[in-house]
Design a protein around this ligand. Sequence first.
Ligand SMILES: Cc1ncc(C[n+]2csc(CCOP(=O)(O)OP(=O)(O)O)c2C)c(N)n1
Ligand SMILES: [Mg+2]
Length: 387
Amino acid sequence: MLPRPAGQLHARVVPSDLNVMKRAGAMGSSRNRGPESAVGNLSSDALQDFVSILRIRLTEEAILQLKLSGVVAGSVHLSNGQEAIPVGVVKVREPQDVIFGTYRGHGWALACGLPVVDLLRELCGRSGGTNGGRGGSAYLSAPDYGFYGENSIVGAGAPIAVGAALAARFDDSRRVAIAVFGDGAMNQGSVHEAMNMAAAFDLPVVFVCENNRYAELTRNESMVKDPVLSNRAAAYGMLGVRVDGNDVTEIRDAAADALSRARAGRGPTMIEAMTQRIVGHYVGDAETYRDPGELDDARRDEPLARLRRELGSSGRTMETITELEKAVQDEVDQAIAEATSSPPADAISVLSTAIRKLHHVSLAATLSVEGGRGVETKPLSDRAVFA
Ligand SMILES: Cc1ncc(C[n+]2csc(CCOP(=O)(O)OP(=O)(O)O)c2C)c(N)n1
Ligand SMILES: [Mg+2]
């Protein structure tokens, strides 16, 4: 069982706020942040968190249905139960910070502000998706929102994040790179190399390990001697902290410390966020590896149930919660309608999505020449450069 949060969460709710919320929930486009504008009037962190987590949960429930009905193609990995981690981290990142995720990244994209409709269009292979409908569930990115993308190669995002952090050394961006990966990825060589380099060079990186206790169908405890993965941070010479990954406030505070340390030139931090996925590894996973009743506690402790329980301790807030649930459900329903009625990805947009022709340049190759003649620069033929 994960530890319970120490204090009660309080929300200031007045009757006029409920009217504002009703209006917000009734407002049109799925692009507008109706539920947020209502919460803004309540000035409550916990209600904001509730809306953010609920948006991810309801969107992923919609994705599940779209996958089961054959509208979404390709593999789909849901993050039910893990949503507090992106919500907590993104709350305290700065706009120039960049996030590199895994294939379980819908929640990160949404927490970064990607509209639900753009995510759903992407997963449904429609034009107007964040990657023109070609990234799908497992390879989407939303760089305009600071989400530099998913990666289905376990552990491969970490060295890319380190590269982004190294680049921050050469500009004035004050950018921090946030590398997100699972407990299983901690056993990948690429993550070891990334952590070592980031620590050795004091690079501005925050390593966020979403420890959901499983790598696919295998328990973390059966693969490692010491299941406290943040203990490894010391060996790299960086700070490692283990937090309750179902508690937005705990995650937010740990991320705020790590981000300010990184920005101050004091190097990387590893945050091990303890959580559980309350769904299969992928859509279609029969979960035969679980003990009977294994998820009973996890379902009580998952972040949405926990926040609902804590907020609901006040009768007036319960009414607020119901209104917000309706507002977020409306937002998602409208996004589903818009996404599924969008045209499929068209052939011509492949040039601006899957392959982007950046420019035509004359490349020069720098060749290292042996025999004491130093470095020589040799022109190559004109080539198109794609990215
Ligand atoms: C380099 C590599 N090895 C193996 C796989 C197959 N694979 C896909 S997901 C996964 C489990 C990863 O577990 P974890 O890092 O804990 O992330 P989680 O799925 O639990 O979020 C594995 C081994 C892969 N995609 N890439
Ligand atoms: Mg895992």
